[in-house]
Design a protein around this ligand. Structure first.
Ligand SMILES: Nc1ncnc2c1ncn2[C@@H]1O[C@H](COP(=O)(O)OP(=O)(O)OP(=O)(O)O)[C@@H](O)[C@H]1O
Length: 245
């Protein structure tokens, strides 16, 4: 924990993951600096989700190491600094939650156990619902929404926590063009505020102009990497990266 001061949000060195006896991440070195908007791209099964889960300590490494703000995931305690958007809404428990309840759960790491939700908590939840265009559906059961709407609930949950760094696993999957544009606007604000975003994507679509770095994974390895100094730089190389074999 002592190294957290100037440490980058995420740093993986020689990261390896085995699943079912097969190596699905094969020695990944990846340093994500504060303020990066990093896209992790690559074909199906390349290991993109595994990489971001391993960065968060959700999947154990079989080799190498990884750190969150300088601490190994098992020792990292400051989870309010991290917002994770998984690929799907977890459906455990059998208790239906409203959209607002799911989004408000993003504040949990910020609340003390005995303190009820404050005005600041409620305002953050309102802002997050507004950002993803779900204000009108706040009282609906989250599990009854479409896949794209559920994806936006998960994005709002992460936004509500007001973290320093976001990890989003396919945040645009199933999300229509208008809502992808809304997500781009939200990411632009996060970037302007110096937040860090790592996102997994097959297609960048309207997010493309915001991305400052792209890594392409194939067979568990980073095979290409592209960075640009500022978001106004030409986009063509980034587009080509995700598509060339
Ligand atoms: N829980 C699991 N148990 C066993 N193997 C797994 C598990 N999760 C993923 N894998 C395997 O690991 C490899 C990488 O999967 P991963 O989901 O990380 O790829 P991906 O690049 O995110 O793919 P997609 O774009 O389809 O989401 C695949 O071969 C997959 O079958």
């Amino acid at each position: 924990m002592t190294a957290e001061g100037g440490a980058p949000p995420f740093e993986m060195t020689g990261g390896r993951v085995r699943r079912d006896g097969r190596e699905v991440l094969s020695g990944v070195d990846l340093r994500v600096a504060a303020g990066d908007l990093l896209a992790v791209m690559g074909p199906n099964g390349a290991g993109k989700s595994t990489l971001v889960k391993a960065m968060l300590g959700l999947v154990p490494l079989s080799g190498g190491g990884t750190a969150i703000y300088g601490a190994a995931p098992s020792r990292f305690r400051d989870w309010k600094r991290i917002g994770y958007v998984p690929q799907r809404l977890p459906m455990g428990g059998g208790v239906p939650s409203t959209v607002r309840e799911v989004v408000a759960s993003g504040r949990v790491a910020r609340q003390s156990r005995w303190r009820p939700a404050s005005a600041a908590d409620r305002a953050a939840v309102d802002r997050a619902l507004e950002a993803v265009g779900l204000t009108d559906l706040a009282r609906e059961s989250a599990h009854l929404l479409s896949g794209g709407q559920q994806q936006r609930v998960l994005i709002a949950r992460a936004l509500a926590g007001e973290p320093d760094a976001f990890v989003m696993d396919e945040p645009t999957a199933g999300v229509d063009a208008a809502n992808q544009a809304a997500l781009a606007a939200t990411l632009r604000e996060l970037a302007a505020a110096g937040r860090t975003v790592v996102l997994v994507a097959h297609e960048l679509g309207p997010l493309e102009p915001l991305i400052t770095r792209t890594v392409v994974l194939e067979h568990g390895r980073i095979v290409r990497e592209q960075a640009r100094a500022d978001a106004a730089a030409p986009l063509a190389p980034l587009t080509a990266l995700g598509r060339t074999a």
